[in-house]
Design a protein. Structure first.
Length: 101
């Protein structure tokens, strides 16, 4: 049985299916649920892991350790892309029970 616990209480799973990509502001229609700019602002796994390498991912079910990882990612992103727009977390209105029933 797969666990639905992400190891971080604020964790969000994003799925960006190819058929939902559109240009401009997403409308929410089935063929226009997200957009992005190219080239994207990217941080590589190597940059994120830094000198710790694979040890960066240790303690994957520890909320405090995972919060530190997210803070490190945010700091690295702000450092690398200081002029990138600061986005807020989107509201998720997904209902697991409505979707799977």
């Amino acid at each position: 049985e797969a666990s639905q616990y992400p190891g971080y209480s604020g964790g969000i799973w994003y799925s960006l299916p190819g058929e939902g990509e559109c240009s401009g502001v997403p409308t929410g229609a089935p063929d226009c649920t997200y957009s992005y700019t190219w080239p994207p602002d990217v941080i590589t796994l190597e940059e994120l892991q830094g000198h710790r390498g694979q040890q960066f991912w240790d303690h994957g079910t520890n909320e405090h350790a995972n919060q530190r990882k997210i803070e490190e990612l945010e700091d690295l992103f702000r450092e690398k892309f200081p002029h990138s727009e600061q986005l807020s977390d989107p509201t998720c209105d997904f209902s697991y029970s409505n979707f799977w029933n």
